[in-house]
Design a protein around this ligand. Structure first.
Ligand SMILES: [Zn+2]
Ligand SMILES: [Zn+2]
Length: 409
């Protein structure tokens, strides 16, 4: 029996009995809508793949995604927070505001080897299907288009400018070789260093030279010594980008780029301080002058909301796709971490490539055009949209999500 009465968020009260309206039917409709959109979603992902654009240059990718959303009734604001390729697309009214986060930037040299052509399209496809729930219940479906994940931490910049504060939940699915509902990601910040010395003839007047290459090599070795005395979850790695011009000239300039990561925000600061001391010590030892700059983008660790993760996993399982709550003990970083500090979030993973295929490799870039990748795209979009149904139809689920976020569990 159906109760055609005025209701709020899917719950109607009949005497003392609360009856959930049929979210199962909504989910069925979402599944068939995404199946109908499969070809179009696959084409968008393929076009983005075949036209790889680096961070903050994703003009085509953001145009294709926003056009798809606009054609399906979303109101779209482009160029938000002073970033020309960022966008926000919204559908529905009131709260909760459930956001799907879209990435669409490529990598230098290897194109879409991180699969953002798929993950961005997953969020757009999920949002269009999730209109069905926003048509019937109070709540808003939003896609936040976040550029430059790979090179500049676009979400970190947007977070500083207030982009995520009005959301109730933020969800996205990244590409991978397995299905997981959470991601382990470290806090992370890049360090750019230069040493300035004095050039001199390396054989005739070595005593007049100040060797900037020695300074950076000593720093590198000091970091190697430091590494055995920091927590095992922390990471320090780097490259030397300038080591001199000619073997018979004492190098008067050297440069390098290093990345420091840690599982906790506080500990990242501790390790950053220790790493900087390695460079300062080498400057003292060699007499070279140190110049350094921490990147303005600082990636925060990923804070997975386990209520969201369990809902996501249950929905994906219902499609017949096996999924684990936690994945491999991977130690990357993502600017979704910054979002997860502000709003309850998940950064799930869907399998689009065979096990063993490495992210950021040409093999991964090739894999994300396969039919298996399109299957992953559609299943992930269905799962996100079904999770939005759970959150919008059942206010108590959203309360649980918020409670965990505020530390109530
Ligand atoms: Zn990547
Ligand atoms: Zn990525």
């Amino acid at each position: 029996m159906r109760y055609y009465v005025k209701y709020t968020r899917g719950i109607i009260a009949i005497g003392k009995t609360r009856v959930n309206l049929d979210s199962g039917k909504l989910k069925d409709s979402i599944i068939s809508q995404i199946d109908q959109n499969r070809h179009q979603l696959s084409e968008i992902a393929r076009n983005i793949h075949d036209n790889p654009e680096l961070g903050f240059q994703e003009v085509k990718a953001s145009t294709w995604l926003t056009r798809f959303l606009e054609e399906n009734g979303f109101s779209v604001k482009r160029g938000i927070y002073r970033l020309p390729t960022a966008f926000r697309a919204s559908y529905g009214k009131g709260s909760p505001v459930v956001a799907f986060i879209a990435e669409y930037d490529a990598l230098p040299g290897v194109g879409h080897a991180c699969g953002h052509n798929i993950s961005g399209t997953i969020s757009a496809g999920a949002a269009v299907a999730a209109r069905l729930v926003a048509d019937q219940y109070p709540g808003c479906i939003t896609v936040i288009g976040t550029p430059a994940e790979e090179l500049y931490g676009g979400k970190a910049i947007m977070a500083k400018r207030g982009a995520f504060t009005d959301l109730d939940a933020a969800l996205m699915v990244h590409c991978g070789t397995g299905n997981t509902a959470t991601t382990h990601a470290l806090a992370c910040q890049n360090l750019y260093v230069e040493f300035f010395g004095q050039s001199a003839h390396a054989a005739a007047r070595p005593e007049r030279g100040i060797n900037a290459l020695e300074a950076i090599i000593q720093s590198y070795n000091a970091i190697n010594s430091l590494r055995q005395h920091i927590r095992s979850s922390a990471r320090i790695h780097g490259i030397i980008t300038d080591g001199g011009q000619a073997a018979n000239i004492v190098p008067d300039h050297s440069a390098g780029e290093f990345i420091v990561r840690a599982a906790e925000n506080d500990y990242l600061e501790v390790v950053k301080h220790k790493v900087l001391d390695c460079f300062k010590g080498a400057a003292t030892a060699t007499g070279a002058r140190l110049k350094y700059k921490w990147d303005t983008a600082r990636y925060a660790p990923m804070r997975n909301n386990m209520v969201l993760a369990r809902l996501f996993a249950d929905n994906m399982k219902s499609l017949g796709r096996p999924i684990a709550i936690t994945g491999s003990n991977s130690f990357g970083s993502t600017d979704m971490g910054n979002v997860s500090q502000i709003v309850p979030s998940i950064h799930a993973t869907v399998a689009v490539a065979p096990r063993g295929t490495l992210l950021h490799s040409p093999e991964f870039a090739a894999a994300v055009t396969s039919e298996e990748a399109v299957d992953g795209l559609c299943d992930a979009a269905k799962t996100l949209a079904m999770t939005a149904v759970d959150l919008i139809v059942s206010p108590e689920k959203m309360t649980e999500v918020q409670k965990e976020f505020r530390g109530g569990e």
